[in-house]
Design a protein around this ligand. Sequence first.
Ligand code: BG6
Length: 503
Amino acid sequence: MMTNGHAQKKPDPCSFIIFGVTGDLAHRLVIPALYNLAATNLLPDRFCIVGVARGGMSNEELNASLMKGLRQFATRPVDETVAKRLFECVTAVEADPKDPDSFDKMASELKEREAARGTGGNRLFYLATPPGAFLPITKQLARTGMLAENGYWRRIVIEKPFGTDLDSARHLNAELLKLVDEHQIYRIDHYLGKETVQNILVLRFANGMFEPIWNRNHIDHIQITVDEKLGVGHRGSFYDSTGALRDMVPNHLFQLMSLVAMEPPIRFDAHSVRTEKANVLAAIQLQSEQEALHNSVRGQYRGGNIGDTVIEDYCKTTDVKPGSATETYAALKLIIDNWRWAGVPFYLRTGKALAAKRTEIAIKFKQAPFAMFRDTPIDQLSQNYLVISTEPTEGIELQFNTKVPGPTIDIDGVEMKFRYKDYFKAEPSTGYETLIYDCMIGDNILFQRADSVEAGWQAVQPFLDAWKKAGGAGLQPYKAGCEGPEAANALLTRDGRSWRKLS
Ligand code: BG6
């Protein structure tokens, strides 16, 4: 992980090979992140970018396209000298898994390029491609020896989704592991590139005061919310076969949940941290399909307005099947079966076309046990929440009760707020810088291991199965721009709890 304030080491010389270089991900995030690393002097001294695309493209065409993307998506003003230096090391090659010969040709072109740039043989293959291409590409890279670690490191970066359910995730992992070792695979979840998400570990384990109360004795429940304002937009085809649960829960929401709920690792290294994260996901109670239906709510948005934006019915979105039963909102109640969390519900919710963009983990502490203040009954005391948020602002907030000034003991809830931007001056970033840098230095602490990916799918599988069987029955409509389906409230009110309000 990048450590602000300490000198950061430069990665070893390497080639950065991007599959799907003409696509949105490469232009919008990968190249701007490489640019930010170049601007902060964190790229290797000897470095080259090789863009792999199907259908011939000249170096000049690729350069021009990447430069255009950088101007559009850069998170900071583009320094022409830095950009020129970055792009002069870009070359285009053509390779298509349907044409195995093209990979043999690519292998020799790559060697020539490495010799010309003096990068040695370290290689990072970034698969910015649709998931169906992960295995075919890796098979060809392995067949042509491009992934063999003979004195050099060879790594492969894979973006989500890692499968679409437990079986497909197991299959993908098993097939990949026939071709490369686990230590060579970097499964990216961009939530782990967010500062506040990384800060959960620091908050918990670099401070002495939270850990003693971080358990079932003091915590009533935990709410994890990832609300989005945007609808599905132009991603109708992908989204309609995916839905809110697959798109967000076993990956992003479980990253948040595992960091909040994991046991302290014995060391701050990849093996120890990833083991504890996998352990806690594996401890999520497996629900029967009936329990899953009881402990979940799924919704689908109807037309509405969010500010000035008019959102049409989900089912009228281009490439969405009319009458689709795909959920655009999911809320779940999960229980972790271990000594720390037994009996503490974790409520998770995520959805599209909601009133606000908000990402937060709210830890609700138990109420004070005794009504000492006669004029304010215990149930009217404000709730004690510790809220860790990444949207709309990155920060941490503590809610507690205090005395209202005056001669009588009146009590009111107040908030103590820490916002990153008030304390630290950080350049805006894509969120991919740390992840790409870590890949180059071989630190996989922020990447997902096969076992935690599978443990995540295992926990959501009963919900997927139950919802599939139920079809459209039980799918709750909600108006775009609201806080989600009414039924999501019932999931908590029946336990005597309620969601935190959005505003
Ligand atoms: C992606 C999902 O992985 O994460 C998108 O596919 C979602 O549907 C996005 O919008 C949310 O990311 P963030 O960083 O904006 O919360």
